[in-house]
Design a protein around this ligand. Sequence first.
Ligand SMILES: NC(=O)c1ccc[n+]([C@@H]2O[C@H](COP(=O)([O-])OP(=O)(O)OC[C@H]3O[C@@H](n4cnc5c(N)ncnc54)[C@H](OP(=O)(O)O)[C@@H]3O)[C@@H](O)[C@H]2O)c1
Length: 306
Amino acid sequence: MKYRILGATKLRVSVVGVGTWQFGGEWGHVYTQPEVDAVLGEAETCGINLIDTAECYGDHLSEALIGKAIREKRANWIVATKFGHHFRGHLDRTRDFTPADVQAQLDASLRALRTDYVDLYQFHSPDDAEFFRDDLWTAIQNFVRAGKVRHIGISVSPNTNIRQTDAATAAGAQAMQIIYNRLARQCEAQVLPSCQRQGLGVLARIPLASGYLSGKYKPGATFPANDVRANRKREDEDNALREVAEIAQREVPAGVPMAAWALAWCLQHPAVTCVIPGCKNPEQVRLNAMAADLPLVADDHPARVP
Ligand SMILES: NC(=O)c1ccc[n+]([C@@H]2O[C@H](COP(=O)([O-])OP(=O)(O)OC[C@H]3O[C@@H](n4cnc5c(N)ncnc54)[C@H](OP(=O)(O)O)[C@@H]3O)[C@@H](O)[C@H]2O)c1
């Protein structure tokens, strides 16, 4: 594994982390505790130390599964979670960014994670009205002062949101979470340069384009009803899968698993600190961790830790 400094947080993160939306049950599979233990156990074996979760991956369910899995070794992990939503059912959420509710969300996250602090507490896809409110920023700074939150992050939406990105440092945030993958490069124009100017850490989310950049799905692919991908517009998905097939042919070196290549592709950008692919099982963790060893992940990256 390779490690980088997550911008102004100074946290030393593995370049490949583990995204955990799937543990909430919206990716075609309901997870048991032993399955989550196995995924995170394999991650630890591979040198991965970063977990990204959220309040609404299930009703704090992903957090609870993680909390139980890492309870003996909390200090070895960098845990990033988020706030702003309540899970109501499959792909059904309500939003609440009021300070009192966010305080309750944080307390619920800490209980579920079985910890008394969160390493990185991230705004979860706020719109500008939810983001630009002084009372909320004051409340979150108070969480930091109380020791419940170590660092503040922004999972920005849409991923071209330059207003929120440009405001990040002045507001008190130190890291951004941004959609970035070989099919979704919109943040390259303004958002990533702004992160570089400010010295913000960058977590690339959806780095496998929801699994499509593994190369295993072909146009016409279908998904079970309880898989988030079943609800997407088929025509758009098939176009994406056609593009993946072209990329596989033109860009992926022979013998390199496409998923590992796709993660390394994200990691070569000088603004990107780490990727957080959702991993369904230990085998995917192992494959994804291989990205760190590909030549695209050069040793001269600005955030590299020897
Ligand atoms: N607004 C936000 O803040 C936000 C939004 C979205 C995601 N996120 C975070 O970003 C993380 C990653 O995004 P994501 O999970 O949506 O998408 P992703 O990482 O692009 O894709 C994950 C899916 O790809 C497949 N996969 C993973 N590794 C593979 C491998 N080595 N070989 C083949 N298939 C593989 C798995 O599904 P199958 O095996 O079933 O194909 C897995 O569930 C999330 O888990 C979450 O932590 C945050």
